[in-house]
Design a protein around this ligand. Structure first.
Ligand SMILES: [Zn+2]
Ligand SMILES: [Zn+2]
Length: 361
């Protein structure tokens, strides 16, 4: 094993633990830290400084998805920190002690199965998911995997980089598979939210025209400041399908990136998309899509699921942010605020993203 020179790994740490599905969150100050000698080949210990909070963390806590999380569980999958130890006999590690790295939803995959080879690492049968099937980033120290942690570009500070690792990668990848080219229109329902405000910026960086769909003056101001070309307020609009079509010259957008946690956004998109358009499904309600088959066929609509991103997508998403083209709007809090953050998430009260400072570094 090897440990970062001059660094002493403590025996215990502060961690936000969910003991069983649906149980309240407990911030424990005496949670054990896996020691360097106990790391397996390929594992690394990351000293976390910042972590974002994602809506998925709430699903993990509540266990309300068809795929169940492990318990007890430490959630979190938008973490940034320093590698302080690497397991003995780790072959060809792409990262070294002292590197600042990101931990994303996909913690590890085998890299050798058909899915890994074809660029669908997230569908690997041996995939490990941060804060879901392995402990995540709501703790001072987390065990991660040298092949999958993502180096953070020096231009980005850790707090600003955190939410790129899930919200950023997810929206960037969804745009990559949206079958659009420079100058095309993309519809972004929920454009003023955590995923949406990043999607606006990635879409602009990719040369797309953005129609932002959300509600309220604050969100309108935010998305316009980020470069949205058109705006539809879903609360004041009398006919949202007609308004979206009109705003895009009458034909509708070439793609829609739907991050909603309810069915309506998906059903609606098939109605307003341009002929030949692509509906990219990103939000994960456990529901039927309800897309009309006649119009899907008649309009040659393509329906595309997009699930997080690969190691390469993460590197690209961070590079675009490092170039100054994407900035996360976030509020910073401490790890002990996580309980309140969950309540605010449930109530839909969070604008942008919340990033927790886990330890001062
Ligand atoms: Zn996430
Ligand atoms: Zn695999």
């Amino acid at each position: 094993m090897s440990t970062l020179q001059g660094f002493t790994i403590p025996k215990t740490q502060t961690a936000a633990v969910v003991k069983s599905i649906g149980a309240p969150l407990e911030v424990q100050t005496d949670h054990p830290v896996k020691q360097a000698a106990d790391l397996k080949p390929g594992e690394c210990l990351v000293h976390i400084s910042h972590t974002g909070v994602c809506h998925t963390d709430l699903h993990a806590k509540q266990g309300d998805w068809p795929v169940k999380p492990m318990n007890p569980l430490i959630g979190g999958h938008e973490g940034v920190g320093i590698i302080v130890a690497i397991g003995e006999n780790t072959p060809n590690s792409p990262v070294k002690l002292g590197d600042r790295v990101g931990i994303k939803w996909m913690a590890d995959s085998c890299l050798n199965c058909e899915f890994c080879r074809r660029g669908f690492e997230m569908n690997c049968p041996e995939v490990k998911l941060s804060g879901y099937t392995v402990d995540g980033t709501f703790s001072e120290y987390v065990v991660s995997y040298t092949n999958h942690v993502t180096p953070i570009p020096k231009e980005l500070d850790s707090a600003g980089a955190a939410s790129i690792l899930c919200a950023g990668v997810t929206t960037y990848k969804a745009l990559k598979v949206s079958n659009t080219k420079v100058g095309d229109w993309v519809a972004l329902p929920g454009a003023g939210g955590g995923l949406g405000h990043l999607a606006v910026q990635y879409a602009k960086a990719m040369g797309l025209k953005v129609i932002a769909i959300d509600t309220g003056a604050a969100k309108e101001k935010l998305v316009k400041s980020l470069g949205a070309d058109a705006w539809v307020d879903f609360k004041t609009s009398k006919d949202i399908v007609a308004d979206i079509k009109a705003a895009t010259g009458g034909l509708g957008p070439h793609a829609a990136l739907v991050t909603a946690a309810s069915q309506t956004g998906y059903t609606q998109a098939v109605k307003y998309l341009r002929e030949g358009g692509t509906l990219v499904c990103v939000g994960m309600p456990d529901a039927e899509m309800g897309a009309n088959v006649f119009w899907t066929v008649f309009k040659s609509i393509r329906i595309q699921g997009s699930y997080v991103g690969t190691r390469q997508d993460a590197v690209e998403a961070l590079d675009i942010a490092a170039a100054g083209k994407v900035k996360v709007t976030f509020e910073q809090k401490g790890l002990d605020a996580l309980k309140d953050v969950y309540e605010d998430l449930e109530a839909g009260k969070i604008a942008g993203r919340v990033v927790l400072e886990v330890s001062k570094q």
